[in-house]
Write a protein of this length. Structure first.
Length: 405
């Protein structure tokens, strides 16, 4: 990736700097504009050829024909409380659809569609990209997934009509990395960019993070060890199991399948500070087993690889030595990770052939050694753990200098 050639418009700044309401699209745009303006100070603006945007999956807002928001957006984790809307989606949608559930983009679209003056429902990344392109009628295959888009047939499926959704309000969907159009004159003037810069269809933040690591072959897995444990694997076929929270994004001619456990760094933080974890980890021998069969959870309930809202944490007996207690928890989370990749394989995903790791847990060598024993696959370095780097790959693709996967 050549950062002086393409820009990933990914804002990692605190939105509070730009206004009290982080849901305000105007605040989003101010944050992106400020971040981009700062970045452009350090590179040759004339070398920029393309721009792409990633955003949170399932975040939706209604706009008029000029792209002006008509209501406060519903974010990725917001739930639609209208039982009639949810029932309509359940009746119409296939059981494998990512549009099922109270947080789906389709449910949010249905809740917006009766607003006066509405022209389109857009995802967060769509709207921000529209500020650069002047187009407010286009989305990408990744962001559109939870709104009901069929990534296998590459179209909005007929069953959406049965939900009552006005199909004319859904954006036209193109592939991540495809060119939307040239940059709008207003953006050229604002940022001092060349008029021939193209705006490229982006992706979700999760897919961008995967692309950033350099994973590109079927069987490549990426584990995120943050507050929760998330795994993704590149598959040659789509994998769908909504009851486990598993669905597949399309990336080129492959699919990105994965799931998220409630286990992870959050449960570790309930027992030890970061400094204490670092101290205790230095005393761990990762080549031996404690023999304790832990299932570390921060609270009752698990979603993947075991789907059980009543599953209790299993953290007893507790050894007298804190290092042994931490080691048993690290073993338990590693076992959940291994079970997760096995679960995906059971559902039709390929065998795990390599693992790249992102998130805070990636820096813990004892945990890494424990995970290597449990997973039995080569561990490869991640090129980056910044979503912006993955989105830049899409921007480069749109500029004709890189392929997707």
């Amino acid at each position: 990736m050549r950062p002086d050639f393409s820009i990933a418009a990914h804002s990692a700044v605190s939105l509070e700097r730009f206004g009290p309401n982080g849901r305000d699209p105007g605040v989003w745009w101010e944050a992106v504009a400020a971040t981009l303006a700062e970045l452009l100070k350090s590179i040759d603006r004339s070398a920029v050829r393309s721009i792409a945007v990633d955003g949170t999956s399932g975040s939706l807002l209604p706009v008029d024909s000029a792209g002006q928001p008509l209501a406060e957006p519903l974010m990725y984790n917001d739930k639609v409380a209208d039982d009639a809307i949810l029932a309509a989606v359940v009746r119409a949608a296939p059981q494998t659809s990512a549009a099922l559930g109270a947080t789906s983009g389709l449910a949010k679209g249905l809740s917006f569609q009766h607003l006066p003056g509405i022209a389109t429902v857009l995802h967060q990344a769509d709207w921000i990209a529209g500020q650069f392109s002047g187009r407010f009628d286009i989305s990408d295959e990744n962001n559109a997934l939870k709104t009901g888009y069929d990534v296998e047939t590459r179209r909005w499926p007929d069953w959406i009509v049965a939900t009552g959704m006005r199909m004319e309000l859904l954006p036209r969907v193109i592939r991540p990395g495809d060119v939307i159009g040239t940059i709008a004159a207003s953006a050229v003037e604002m940022f001092g960019l060349p008029r021939e810069v193209v705006v490229v269809a982006g992706t979700t933040d999760g897919c961008a993070s995967f692309l950033a690591t350099g994973a590109a072959a079927v069987g490549d897995g990426v584990t995120a060890l943050g507050s929760s444990l998330t795994i993704k694997i590149l598959s040659d076929r789509p994998i769908s199991a909504p009851r486990f929270g598993i669905y597949s994004h399309r990336l080129g001619d492959a699919y990105l399948a994965g799931g998220a456990s409630n286990s992870g760094g959050k449960v570790l933080a309930q027992h030890f500070s970061l400094a204490r974890i670092i101290e205790l980890s230095a005393a761990i021998d990762p080549t031996t087993e404690t023999g304790l069969d832990y299932y570390p959870l921060p609270a009752t309930g698990e979603r993947f690889p075991i789907a059980d809202p009543a599953l209790p944490p299993r953290l007893v007996p507790r050894p007298a030595d804190d290092a042994d207690f931490l080691k048993a928890m690290l073993e338990g989370i590693a076992a959940i990770e291994a079970l997760g990749y096995s679960r995906l394989a059971e559902l039709g995903a390929p065998r795990l052939t390599s693992v790249r790791t992102v998130g805070g847990g990636a820096a813990n060598p004892a945990w890494t050694a424990i995970r290597q024993r449990k997973l039995g696959a080569p561990f490869l370095p991640a090129l980056s753990d910044e979503a912006a780097a993955g989105t830049a790959r899409l921007a480069l693709m749109g500029a004709g200098t890189a392929g997707l996967l």
